[in-house]
Design a protein around this ligand. Sequence first.
Ligand SMILES: [Fe+2]
Ligand SMILES: [Fe+2]
Length: 273
Amino acid sequence: MATAEIEMTIRRPIFDYASTPRNWMPANPAFGYHLNGGSLTLPYLEPYLIRVMRRALEVLGDSRPDLREDVRLFSGQEANHYKIHSQFNALLRERYAGIEELEAKIEADFARMLREETLEWNLGYSAGFETTGMVMSQLFFEDVAESLAGADPAVEGLWGWHLAEEYEHRCVAFDVFQAVGGSYRERLRLFFYQANHLKTFGDKAARLMRDQDEAAGHLTIRPEHRAAHARIERRQMRCARRRIAWALLPWHDPRRHPVLSSADRFLKKLDYA
Ligand SMILES: [Fe+2]
Ligand SMILES: [Fe+2]
């Protein structure tokens, strides 16, 4: 089944970070800092995904014409994601010391993967990441309202837009991986590989930003708030684990997940170029 029946739209929203605070998600600071860490990977990760998909299309030749249009839309969305996240990342680079060194490391990782690993391996990594993208979208639009209470509207808008489009193209990397003959075992193995790879980077980046904010007195969390944050974080992790377990079942197909109407409503509230 082609993904043509799931609509993908390439959008260019506009965000203004002029009044974005460092702790932009005050109800769940840890998640906010982790999303910052995730944002830093995107100008390296998303061009990598586009390259992997292009290579896969070359291998598939004329055998799956239905996937060409899906990959074109996928690549158009991903290209906008990393370009628009780069504007936010410039703010992070301005605020924190040591960001460039972290970026150089993740950039080198993706270059190495493209150089040394097989197409099947890179497709498994990409499909694994796109599973994470789909789960993150579900979390953002269905499970994390309490984390988003009081969040900075510009950064919330950036992630909401990005994750709404991740949800729209949730089938593409999965379909291409299957079309090239990727096995369930590899899908599972590389899901955990990419999750660990990106988590290691994200944890390090989040720690760097948070430590600097704490040291400079930009982030002080009162003990009574600390317990509330931990409760929200635990609830969120439970939801994420349940959704990941479901997405990793052998018979899982991302197209079975229905449209997220809350994502559509969210997209209507943004400003576009
Ligand atoms: Fe993306
Ligand atoms: Fe994606």
